[in-house]
Design a binder for this molecule. Structure first.
Ligand SMILES: [Zn+2]
Ligand SMILES: [Zn+2]
Length: 242
């Protein structure tokens, strides 16, 4: 899988990649923020700002807003903007990332993203947007799922549980690009679609898949050509004839 991450949270992203690689047996390359120096997209980004939860976008941006986006993109000041429409954000990045659907491409961003549920006309803040590329919003992990109370919850990205949660979101993305349903009904499975922070902590914090998804992963690992070829290489290196 190809993973693009903003330089602002490299340490956290690398920790999550380490957990993810260990879990999946798939090594990963961390690529730089695809928004950096994307000046030509400044106006487009200003337009996809969500200015009201009823689905109103900023179709006619002020020049000040475009200037702001130009500066933001120039200096990779991700996370300093407002809230963007997640699927349109993904659409804008589509030609700035490399990789195929089979490989899977994910962008981890400090920006706020939102989307609408099918049949609903209101926008909701999201921590993940399944699309090509899939987007993971870091502030969304903290703020998108509702809290039932104030105790024991996540308040900032410095929380020790965040790398594990991020790794679980990468697993979910991996399943999505395998054309598998990325959501599970089992609240203890890392693929569970958590709406409450309490559910997110249980499902994503335990690094566990349900029986059905564990079996799928084992089968997939066995047949995955990338993993097979890696094994062959190790054997070849040790061969006495070489
Ligand atoms: Zn960035
Ligand atoms: Zn499951």
């Amino acid at each position: 899988m190809k993973i693009y991450g903003c330089h602002l949270h490299q340490k956290l992203i690398k920790e999550a990649l380490f957990i993810f690689s260990g879990w999946m047996g798939e090594s990963m390359q961390l690529l730089p923020c695809p928004l950096k120096e994307a000046y030509s997209l400044a106006e487009a980004f200003a337009r996809i700002r969500v200015i009201s939860p009823e689905g109103v976008l900023n179709w006619d941006p002020f020049s000040l807003e475009v200037d702001f986006e130009t500066r933001r993109l120039k200096e990779c000041r991700c996370g300093k903007g407002t809230v963007y429409d997640g699927h349109l954000y993904s659409f804008l990045l589509r030609h700035r990332v490399e990789g195929s659907w089979d490989e899977g491409v994910v962008v981890i961003t400090p920006d706020y993203l939102c989307s609408r549920q099918k049949g609903e006309d209101r926008y909701h803040l999201r921590y993940i947007i399944f699309d090509f590329p899939t987007l993971i919003s870091l502030p969304g992990i903290i703020e998108a799922p509702a809290r039932r109370s104030e105790e024991g919850y996540l308040w900032d990205l410095g929380d020790f549980r965040i790398p594990r949660i991020l790794a679980a979101l990468l697993i979910q993305t991996r399943f999505f690009f395998w054309n598998e349903e990325p959501f599970c009904d089992d609240p203890l499975c890392s693929l569970y679609n958590a709406h409450w922070q309490e559910e997110l902590l249980v499902a994503k914090g335990n690094q566990r898949l349900c029986e059905r998804h564990s079996e799928f992963l084992i089968k997939r690992k066995r047949s995955d050509p990338i993993i097979v070829s890696k094994k062959c290489e190790t054997v070849r290196k040790k061969h006495p004839c070489e």
